[in-house]
Every structure is written in structure tokens, then in C-alpha cells.
Design a protein around this ligand. Structure first.
Ligand code: ATR
Length: 284
């Protein structure tokens, strides 16, 4: 579906609470500048409970759309007039697009961002190569599990400290997704083609992720969606083992690509310059 009239100076932004530390404005403004496009991308602080008014506001103020971050991703999906299949399957939206007819469509580009960065980092590998082990069962795990499932991964193994959350997630997503207790990590890794950390473990200020990579096959890929620090202890250990590694910053960059195209009408080229922009734009 086409976006609302792509004016010469489209408006877009990021809705969140808090939103002061979002890196999205730096990224979108970088692409606007690089492509020489008119347009604005602003922070939109929206308090919990105010999303319905915020959606009306987007329409009334002539916005092309907005990205959505914590704590509004699920509410955005619920309040939008329609949703794309991926957002519906993930159960959350990170992008709202104002359509030509004024309706607001909820989309989720996190799954695309996860897969696009994996493909860019390891072009010779494919999610259909073998089973994937996904650590965690929060919002990020939801997007990753849907992405892998849509990309033909033969089995997504969800392992989480709280098993019940993984079980619920597997039931929600359906398909070849299986919840396993955390104690099964070594066994689950033994024939895994991909390991993804979606927990907050290993993030600055959080406890480390302590898992033994010994059982994972040599040709596997280790992907940590944590990007503060850029090289987590998990990635450092995987690199030392000679495994292919994928960091979390690229997912953040690639998830913004379809949103930028929807807001500003041009597909932005990802060329590596984004990494420096994001690393220099502050925490959060
Ligand atoms: P997000 O939506 O960003 O993925 P979340 O819903 O808070 O965030 O999920 C964080 C994930 O990190 C969860 O899988 C959480 O495990 P629980 O479901 O058991 O809470 C995991 N996590 C956070 N701290 C952890 C810890 N100390 N040990 C193990 N897992 C942890």
C-alpha cells in the first residue's frame, strides 16, 4: 500500500517514553543528508496511555509515519487501522505508516533488520541451513523467532531462564518453534547452525551471558543483538573459537531501511557509514 503523499518535506519521527536517547533520529537524518532529501525526523515523547491521541496527532499533523519504541510497540499494533503480516505475527509494531487514505498501518521491520544484517554479514549462510538456538523470550526474541521461521529455519529452539515465557512464545508463533529449558543449552547447541542472544545478558550494566560454546559446530554463526558493547563477551569468545560472528548494531541499521523508504520514498543505501553515526550518537 502506498504511503501518504510523499511531500517534498515529509515529517516522520520516533514515538517512545522515554525517547531522548533513541538513536533513530541520528540515523534517519544521516540518510536524509546523504541523499540530499528534504524532510524532518523528530523525537516524539508519548506518555503511556496517550497512544490513541498520538496516532490521531500523526494524521492531523501530516506525518508520513513514525517509528515506535518502548513501551508502545504492542499498543501501536492494537490501535492501528491495519497491520502487515509480520507485525501481526510478532504481536508488536515498530513502524506506523500513514496511508494515502489516512488509515494508519502497523508494520514490524525488526525481523527484516535481523535477517538483512545476517545476510550482509554472512552472505554464504542461510537460516534454512539448520536449527537455530535463540536465547531469551522477550520482544526481541519474538521478532527473531518470527524472522527465522519465515526464512525457512527448520527448527527454532527457544531457551529462556523462565521456561513458561518461551513456551508461550512458541505457542503464539506456531510453526517449527520449540521451547526448551535453559539447562538444555549445551544439547541444543550441538547441531545448531546459528546461535542468537536476545537476552539483555552481556549488555553494559547487566550480568554476563555465561554459556559454554564448546558444543557448537565450527561452521555455526553466533549473533548477539546486544550492541552496547559492540563486541560482547559472547562474540569475543565465538571469534576466538573461529566462529562467524554478527553484532547487534547492524540489525538496528537495517530495521530502519524499510521505515525510511516508507517515510521518505527512497531506499537508503547501507554502506557502513551508519555505524559511526550511531556509535557517536550517545547511549540508549
Ligand atoms: P526485550 O523485549 O528487549 O527482549 P525483555 O522482555 O525484558 O526485553 O526480555 C529480556 C530477556 O532477557 C528475557 O528473556 C529475560 O529472561 P526472563 O524471561 O527469564 O526474564 C532475559 N534475562 C534478563 N536478565 C536475565 C538474567 N539475569 N538471566 C537470564 N536471563 C535474563
Amino acid at each position: 500500500m502506498k504511503t501518504k503523499n510523499l511531500a517534498t518535506h515529509p515529517l516522520a519521527g520516533v514515538i517512545g517514553w522515554p525517547v531522548a536517547h533513541s538513536r533513530s533520529p541520528a540515523l534517519h537524518r544521516h540518510w536524509l543528508g546523504k541523499l540530499g532529501l528534504g524532510g524532518e525526523y523528530v523525537r516524539l515523547p508519548v506518555k503511556p496511555g496517550a497512544m490513541r491521541e498520538a496516532l490521531s496527532g500523526l494524521r492531523a499533523l501530516g506525518f508520513a509515519g513514525a517509528n515506535v519504541t518502548v513501551p508502545h510497540k504492542q499498543t501501536a499494533l492494537r490501535l492501528a487501522d491495519l497491520a502487515d503480516d509480520v507485525a501481526a505475527r510478532i504481536g508488536a509494531a515498530n513502524t506506523l505508516v500513514v496511508l494515502e487514505d489516512g488509515r494508519i498501518e502497523a508494520r514490524n521491520t525488526d525481523a527484516f533488520g535481523f535477517l538483512a544484517h545476517l545476510a550482509a554479514s554472512c552472505p554464504e549462510r542461510d537460516p534454512s541451513d539448520g536449527p537455530a538456538v535463540v536465547l531469551g523470550a522477550g520482544g526481541a526474541a519474538r521478532a527473531v523467532a518470527v524472522a527465522l521461521s519465515e526464512a525457512g529455519c527448520p527448527e527454532v529452539r527457544l531457551l529462556n531462564r523462565t521456561l513458561s515465557r518461551a513456551t508461550e512464545l512458541a505457542a503464539d508463533i506456531r510453526g517449527a518453534v520449540r521451547a526448551l529449558p535453559w539447562a538444555e543449552v549445551p544439547h541444543a547447541l550441538a547441531d545448531a547452525a546459528l546461535l542468537v542472544n536476545t537476552t539483555s545478558l552481556g549488555m553494559e550494566g547487566q550480568p554476563p551471558l555465561e554459556i559454554d560454546l564448546a558444543p557448537i559446530p565450527d561452521q555455526s554463526v553466533v549473533y548477539d543483538i546486544v550492541y552496547t558493547p559492540l563486541e560482547t563477551a559472547l562474540l569475543a569468545e565465538a571469534r576466538a573459537r573461529g566462529l562467524a560472528v554478527v553484532d547487534g548494531l547492524g540489525m538496528l541499521i537495517h530495521q530502519a531501511v524499510p521505515a525510511f523508504e516508507a517515510f521518505f520514498g527512497v531506499l537508503p543505501p547501507v554502506d557502513g557509514s551508519e555505524r559511526a553515526v550511531l556509535l557517536g550518537s550517545g547511549a540508549g
